[in-house]
Design a protein around this ligand. Structure first.
Ligand code: A2P
Length: 353
């Protein structure tokens, strides 16, 4: 069996750390692992299985002889290094939004559209964490009844903003509890001008604002959903709109998803049954016993949890549901490692000439 030289780019980050453990727990045959980060982390030691691995500063030559790169260093760093990795023959699966909308870059959720992998040119994009859990939950419904419209509101955990933002929120919480002034230098988004405390607060801004008043996170949910389901980021086969909110939860995004099916014969019971039968989805929907998905319970799991499925009493064929998943695993590291498994299964760990 072929063994692979695998590099994890951004290995010290919130997602990077999970990439290491997800890869270690997978059956992917690893010949050698390289852990790459910035100069700041060079020399740090991290564990892969029982081995201690020294983190290296990333340079273009870090990718010489690498077969596969699992990447989560943020958009700017992905943009800088992944083309260098591809030039050196490595196939890259990237968590950032840097390449997601490029035409020759497949945007993949295994089990939904992994057939698209065969068209890759060296870079494959992992969708945004909120898009993954929403589309994974809707996909069996979409396949059976069709979906004409989605209206989603997200409740997104701070870990999705990276390790520094996560630490900042914990410091803010401590400061609030000690009646001290909380400082904010990163949240809601490091690249914007104003910063606010997230602890004991809600921030209706994830990423920067577009000219139309939507945030870029909302834009991503809309256009990524269209690209995944219809292979066209501007498809008018489905209407999608989103409101994204950062909440003071550490791990686990929640989403209220309102959707309208095309075939109006669908019932709540049918939808629950489809979800129960879909691998990777877990139905937690028993209101009489107060059973519904929660971030604290979902954290640490690879599955997508679904509950509160209700029919809109005034609109036939429209339903609500509540979807929760670990954003670092289901929305990032597990999806990335699952893409790597599909690439290996389909003999696609090679950069086409
Ligand atoms: P480092 O820890 O050395 O800064 P997060 O998404 O949690 O913020 O993590 C970002 C990841 O990207 C970290 O592993 C971080 O490494 C890495 N990173 C940041 N800047 C660079 C860079 N210039 N080159 C390579 N990796 C980088």
């Amino acid at each position: 069996m072929k063994e692979y030289v695998i590099a994890i780019l951004g290995a010290t980050g919130a997602v990077g750390q999970r990439l290491i453990t997800e890869l270690a727990q997978s059956k992917i045959p690893v010949k050698k692992i390289k852990l790459l980060a910035s100069k700041r982390s060079a020399g740090k030691k991290l564990k892969f299985k029982n081995q201690e691995i020294i983190v290296e500063e990333t340079t273009p030559d870090s990718f010489n002889d690498v077969d596969l790169v699992l990447s989560s260093p943020g958009g700017a760093i992905s943009k800088k290094f992944l083309p260098e990795a591809v030039k050196r023959g490595a196939v890259c699966v990237d968590n950032s939004s840097a390449f997601r909308m490029e035409e020759d870059v497949p945007l993949i959720i295994p089990g939904v559209n992994d057939a698209q992998l065969s068209h890759h040119h060296g870079i494959i994009a992992n969708p945004n964490c909120s898009t993954i859990q929403m589309v994974a939950a809707l996909y069996p419904i979409f396949k059976r009844w069709g979906i004409s419209q989605i209206v989603v509101s997200t409740y997104q955990a701070v870990s999705g903003a990276g390790k520094a933002a996560w630490d900042e929120m914990l410091d803010q919480a401590k400061a609030h509890l000690n009646h001290q002034k909380a400082t904010a230098n990163i949240l809601p988004t490091a690249t914007d001008r104003k910063h606010y405390s997230l602890a004991f607060n809600l921030l209706p801004q994830i990423d920067v604002f577009e000219k139309d008043g939507y945030t870029h996170e909302e834009w991503k949910m809309i256009h990524e959903t269209k690209k995944i389901l219809f292979n066209d980021q501007n498809s008018n086969c489905i209407k999608v709109t989103a409101t994204c909110v950062r909440v003071p939860v550490e791990i686990g995004h929640g989403e209220t998803v309102y959707f309208i099916v095309k075939n109006k014969t669908a019932t709540v019971q049918d939808i629950q049954e489809e979800i129960k039968q879909t691998p990777g989805l877990i139905l937690q929907d028993d209101p009489q016993n107060q059973i519904y998905p929660q971030p604290l319970i979902a954290a640490g799991n690879r599955e997508t949890f679904i509950g509160r499925i209700r029919a809109d009493q005034e609109n036939l064929g429209a339903f609500h549901m509540w979807v929760v998943a670990d954003n670092l695993l289901r929305g990032a590291a597990s999806n990335t490692v699952d893409i790597a498994k599909c690439l290996i299964r389909d003999h696609l760990v090679r950069v086409p000439k």
